[in-house]
Design a protein around this ligand. Sequence first.
Ligand code: ACO
Length: 429
Amino acid sequence: MADTLFITDNRTGKKIEIPIEHDTVRATDLRQLKVKDDDFGMMTYDPALMNTAAVKSRITFIDGDKGILRHRGYPIEQLAENSTSFLEVAYLVLFGELPNDKQRTDWRIKIRHHTIVHESIKKLMEAFRYDAHPMGMFISTIAALSTFYPEAKELNDPENRMTQICRLIAKVPTIAAFAYRHSKGAPYIYPDNELTYAGNFLNMMFRPSSKEYTINPVLERALTVLFILHIDHEQNCSTNVMRSVGSSHVDPYSAVAAAAAALWGPLHGGANEAVLHMLDEIGSVNKVPAFIKEVKEGKGKLMGFGHRVYKNYDPRAKVIKNLAYQVFNVTGKNPKLDIAIELERIALEDEYFVKRKLYPNVDFYSGLIYQAMGFPLDLFPVLFAIPRTAGWLAQWQEHVTDPEQKITRPRQIYLGYGERNWIPMDKRK
Ligand code: ACO
């Protein structure tokens, strides 16, 4: 028997049978349910889209109950451990397969070709105030790129689309590093195409203007792994924005700028910074029990804990925790690590957290590493946006080539006034 769902509409007694595909029913099938012939028909109401699949995707799989994250079928743990290059994983996420040797080399060359930004972009960034937030600079500059590449709106040309994808992946580290150098009042360092994706970014960030800079291989590797861990996370808030904005067929620069704006919010990409503020506030290990007690009394949240999808240990958090020790061997231990470990130990044993399935998420340890590596707190969302750009673009490409997709346009339940007549000014209350 085919998988179907029988529904009886108790308003009218009408019965319908609708198909179930992939454990899902099509919301538009419900439109057959009407009280009067000229009714619009039944809709679903789903604030925050908690139970609505709006796309079919082949990119990222998450099983939140089991703590599983896979890109194109490959577990995130294997990608983080085995892939030596962020661009290799970007290729996988974008094209669906791991590149062979030649494909990997060609891909690297393609990206390196685009790392530099137009001198006018540099001038544009110089116009920001000295204390401009780097994420604000990042978002605005990405949006401005659309004016440099007007051909980017020709979405039906696959080659043209790929050129814009390469440009964006290549240029986001440059723009991010320029934003940081601007806040320091330091001269910008241009991309060095001999370096890896992460190495080039570290060089543009931290190289003193007139001196050589040796990139520490442990830190370069750590940043590569952090970039891999953040590359994609299926239909999260910013990715949903990327797809929605992209569905209007605007150019991808404007869509990435919109997605980055969504990422900036403290409920999304801003939590790693909040974790560090929380650890500062706690101050020392012996104050952890008192802090946990306050959280349980509802006086605040344990930042970096809990997740809408993961009801198990976030697989990325496990990798990051191990990475933290490797980084601290080089940089010296971030003094906040002991507080974080004690928080985690108590929380994982405490009934409040166990019952609610609250585990450390990706942000719990990542901020400690970023800080130890010398990144300022306000750069954290930018560090998230750099690798996520590749994920956004993979999702965008899938969206604009999906024949089932159209411009995204949800419905509403209108609860406002019915029709009423215009009131002249002298009659208004
Ligand atoms: N500390 C203490 N209690 C928590 C926490 C937390 N971090 N997270 C959830 N809870 C509690 C809630 O108070 C609620 O308790 P109740 O049932 O007694 O009311 C219960 O756990 C369920 O929580 P919800 O808020 O319903 O979970 P939701 O899925 O809506 O929220 C979220 C997920 C936003 C991530 C939440 O866990 C949170 O705010 N965590 C802290 C912020 C954070 O680390 N965000 C980063 C997420 S990862 C990312 O975006 C990259």
